[in-house]
Ligand binder design. Structure first.
Ligand SMILES: [Zn+2]
Ligand SMILES: [Zn+2]
Length: 253
């Protein structure tokens, strides 16, 4: 049985990730419009009818703007925290189930543990996925690394990890001061440095692959992230998800 994942696209203009086995397809977040999502799914050989569930990390538009329409059109169950569900973009979701940080749920043959993270939204979570004795971790939209996050992501086989910005580029960017503070703050996004620190501190004997997600088009660059990751003394492969195409399917072996 294969346990695999693919990004449908990642960045401030929209995020969606598929986590799948042979029979279960979980879409994590949907920050793309209906047509766009369908064509991104079909580029990965998946149809919306095959989706077992949509899991939502938090209500920001780049993660949640496409969830309600996709769920309604194909009657796909949606899982999110109560806090996330209070946002107006989530009000019209009828096939809705609630997540609580630290409480495992099972969908098809994938176990999912949501865990709380510091981010400037109502009740944000990120996820650890388990199937066939393998683990895939997901962490984006997080302002700082907590011990809880390190615990929840320890001993992943595959890690999808935010590399949002280069701190210096952000500081020198044309962004307004308030926005700079928000992004760099404890409830903002992970800088390249923070993500590298996480990788250094993480328990990672089983780690095979790291996928960099949510790169800022303004304040980061894929070549820089690639170079930084290759400089780490870690026995894992690295690749970067793009806003336009995401990644290929990546199988945990
Ligand atoms: Zn985001
Ligand atoms: Zn966010």
């Amino acid at each position: 049985m294969s346990f695999r994942c693919t990004s449908l696209g990642s960045g401030s203009k929209g995020n969606a990730t598929l986590i799948a086995t042979d029979s279960t397809f979980l879409l994590v977040d949907c920050g793309f419009g209906l047509k766009d999502t369908q064509s991104r799914l079909s580029a990965k050989g998946v149809s919306a009818e095959q989706l077992s569930a949509i899991l939502v990390t938090h209500e920001h538009g780049d993660h949640a703007s496409g969830v309600a329409r996709l769920s309604k059109k194909f009657n796909i169950p949606v899982w999110m925290t109560r806090g996330t569900s209070l946002h107006k973009s989530c009000e019209s979701i009828s096939n809705l189930h609630f997540l609580n940080g630290g409480e495992k749920i099972t969908i098809g043959d994938i176990d999912v543990t949501p865990f709380t993270v510091p981010h400037d939204s109502r009740e944000p979570v990120q996820f650890a996925f388990y199937s066939a004795a393998k683990k895939i971790g997901l962490l984006t939209d997080t302002g700082r690394i907590t011990n809880h996050t390190l615990d929840m992501l320890s001993e992943c086989h595959l890690l999808l990890l935010e590399f949002n910005h280069d701190a210096e580029r952000l500081a020198n960017s044309k962004y307004p001061a308030m926005l700079k503070q928000r992004i760099a703050g404890d409830l903002g996004h992970l800088s390249n440095y923070q993500s590298l620190q996480l990788l250094k501190r993480l328990k990672k004997e089983s780690l095979q692959q790291v996928i960099a997600l949510h790169l800022s088009e303004e304040n980061n660059c894929p070549e820089l992230v690639q170079r930084l990751c290759q400089g780490l003394d870690i026995n894992a492969e690295f690749q970067i998800a793009s806003q336009e195409k995401g990644t290929e399917w990546i199988t945990v072996t």
